[in-house]
Ligand binder design. Structure first.
Ligand code: AMP
Length: 363
């Protein structure tokens, strides 16, 4: 089976490693020279919307997928005329526009924070009157890892937020005083079978994911999140892995956004579950059966952002994944997974690891 992947970053690399174990071949499109996934297969070094490069990818693949969300939907629809493209481009279309995404959550009765569409400064003032302060102003498109958003704390900041966010095509969102954040990862295959991973608890700093732990031990929230993910997967006639990010406030779950792809908050599944999210994605898009995920342990994941410490002494229960990227502040360069026999053992290991990484010298 030949898998064409648009994007050759770390997600492509981890898909590539999983593909190798399944006896599949991968080929990528990515404009970067020597991207992380180049170790897994040939890379057509062109822009993500280069029609010729995408046509070449489609011509040499049995199925095409993407690890990068800013691929033009039209470009995907074009290659879908020649070869199956999963997840379906319509799902990507919703995920690329925060307004369409929120309207979809509403239609499917998935609870979400209150929001307002903002096209003019008057809209923003009206939204502020209705939502109160603080509120979050977000660009509808091209925002990720907290980029393209501004937390407005008082009326005097409305003007600068308006300019910072580009002054058009925005969403104003109620500030959620959440207890913590979770993600619900599920997969659906070509036959429509669905699997769900246990709920993962995530901690972000400056909008970037820092740590994840799984399974979250809360049956009520887990069942509810599974229901939301299943609803999304069915409604979108989805094929592949999908991650739904949610805020937890008391017993309430509020949907923030979904990613139509394998997700950083599921990296723990490489060591922590069988199959991993990467294997599940490949099985799903290649028309194979999806085994129910079996948990191997209590898992934790720490992102290595901006630096990978030198001479890291890791316990045997920890695994380092170095994506082979050049260091740059704020850049995800790798991650470490830890496994514990109990949630407490996992939490201790993860806390020690965070301490070591924070006080280490960069490579
Ligand atoms: P996003 O790009 O929408 O996923 O936002 C990145 C992170 O910013 C989220 O994971 C939250 O930690 C925080 N955030 C985004 N929207 C809100 C909100 N409405 N209320 C509180 N925190 C938020």
């Amino acid at each position: 089976m030949r898998i064409g992947i648009i994007g050759a970053g770390q997600l492509g690399q981890m898909l590539g490693f999983a593909a190798r174990d399944l006896g599949m071949q991968c080929r990528f499109v990515d404009p970067a020279p020597k991207p992380p996934a180049a170790v897994c297969g040939p890379v057509i070094q062109e822009a993500f919307d280069n029609a010729d490069a995408l046509a070449r990818l489609a011509a040499s693949s049995d199925v095409v997928t993407y690890e990068f969300e800013n691929v033009p939907v039209d470009a995907l629809l074009k290659i879908a005329e020649r070869v199956p493209v999963y997840p379906p481009p319509v799902a990507l279309g919703h995920a690329q526009d925060r307004l369409a995404e929120k309207q979809l959550f509403q239609r499917l009765a998935i609870p979400l924070p209150e929001y307002h569409r903002v096209d003019t400064f008057d809209d923003l003032e009206l939204a502020a009157n209705r939502l109160g302060f603080p509120l979050v102003l977000k660009t509808r498109r091209l925002g990720y890892d907290g980029k393209g958003q501004f937390v407005i704390r008082r009326p005097a900041e409305l003007g600068i937020a308006w300019h910072e966010c580009g002054g058009a095509d925005l969403i104003a969102e109620q500030w959620v005083n959440f207890d913590y954040e979770v993600s619900a990862i599920g997969a659906r295959n070509v036959s429509g079978d669905i699997i769900c991973y246990p709920l993962t608890r995530n901690a972000h700093a400056a909008g970037i994911l820092q740590t994840s732990i799984a399974p979250l031990q809360n049956e009520v929230l887990t069942r509810r999140a599974e229901k939301y993910v299943t609803t999304l997967l069915r409604h979108l006639d989805y094929v592949g892995v999908l991650a739904l990010e949610l805020f937890v406030r008391g017993e309430q779950l509020l949907a923030n956004e979904f990613a139509p792809r394998v997700h950083n908050s599921g990296h723990w599944s490489i060591e922590g579950a069988e199959p991993s999210q990467f294997t599940a994605h490949l099985l799903a898009i290649s028309g194979q059966a999806l085994p129910e995920p079996r948990l191997m342990a209590h898992a934790g994941m720490l992102n290595l952002i901006g630096k990978i410490p030198e001479n890291l002494q890791l316990p045997s229960a920890a695994t380092l994944h170095d994506y082979g990227k050049a260091p740059r502040p704020g850049r995800k360069l790798g991650h470490i997974t830890v496994l514990g026999d109990s949630a407490a053992a996992r939490d201790t290991l993860l806390a020690q690891l965070c301490e070591t990484v924070m006080h280490s010298t960069p490579q």
